[in-house]
Design a protein around this ligand. Sequence first.
Ligand SMILES: *[C@@H]1O[C@H](CO)[C@@H](O)[C@H](O)[C@H]1NC(C)=O
Ligand SMILES: *[C@@H]1O[C@H](CO)[C@@H](O)[C@H](O)[C@H]1NC(C)=O
Ligand SMILES: *[C@@H]1O[C@H](CO)[C@@H](O)[C@H](O)[C@H]1NC(C)=O
Length: 285
Amino acid sequence: MLYLPELQHNSIGMIRHILLLFIVAPACTALSARGAPHAIILTAARTTEKHPLGGTHPITIWCAPDNPQVTISKATLTRQKDKKEFKMTVVGTKKNATYEIEKPTTHDAGEYLCALDTPYGKLDAKIPIYVRPLALSDNEHFTPIGDNEFILEGDRKSTSIGGDVNLTCPITGHPVPSIKWTKDSKPLELSNNVMLDGTTIRIKVSNESQAGLYSCEAVNEYSVGGKTSRLQLVVNKRVEIKSQMAWILPLAIIIIMFVLLILIIIACEARNRKKPDPKHRYGVE
Ligand SMILES: *[C@@H]1O[C@H](CO)[C@@H](O)[C@H](O)[C@H]1NC(C)=O
Ligand SMILES: *[C@@H]1O[C@H](CO)[C@@H](O)[C@H](O)[C@H]1NC(C)=O
Ligand SMILES: *[C@@H]1O[C@H](CO)[C@@H](O)[C@H](O)[C@H]1NC(C)=O
């Protein structure tokens, strides 16, 4: 279009226009590459940074030029989170590149960038590997409730009136899960005593009614192979409030036992005194 006025004026312009069409057009239509998103299939929901949970199926990442005329001379895959590079295998009639993760773990989740070297320059595509929300159990202990691996119970927290409790929700996943807290199955109400700090809630305990079951619900959503999945993980944390009168009962027991002991001693003394001394009795005879 840029050369149109020139084209109307002379035939040299027309030739230039046609040449440009031939040189630029294939490059223009082939300026991108594509791949498909993948997901790591898991049967449990607890992982650690040190020992990432393994998936059940291998993953083959592929990447191909959008234009089927374009051949690939070299293909690399870069994991965005740590810039680690992987060499892809050029397959088929040099029209597709693949990289197989035979035993994927949750550590492999994230964004990848595939870069294809072609006669028309470097083409790239972003390829995600998704993972459902998972609990990070490096510093905390979680137990599945019943046989549902995706409903976990964390350690109980116990405090007294005037104390404070921090409830953490150490969740990972790709895309980053959104988190919602509930208390006793109702949306958690925030106040000066109940504050949200990132994914942690800080509770200043001022009232017995703050005891109960706090749940962190993490959800993420992704589409793989045309199918959209919405995946949830629930982490429950129970908060108990120690009664301020809790020390009364053990103290009462100690006092009662002490009183009983004294009574027994007094009773024995009294009996001993009433009984005539045998030595004395026989001594009289
Ligand atoms: C590239 O290869 C993968 C794995 O064999 C295949 O699933 C995918 O459909 C191929 N892509 C194209 C564009 O041919
Ligand atoms: C909770 O977190 C706050 C802020 O980091 C900290 O000052 C407080 O000591 C924590 N409380 C408990 C019980 O760990
Ligand atoms: C505790 O909180 C509840 C609800 O906010 C309120 O009805 C109740 O009176 C409070 N109890 C005390 C001892 O402050």
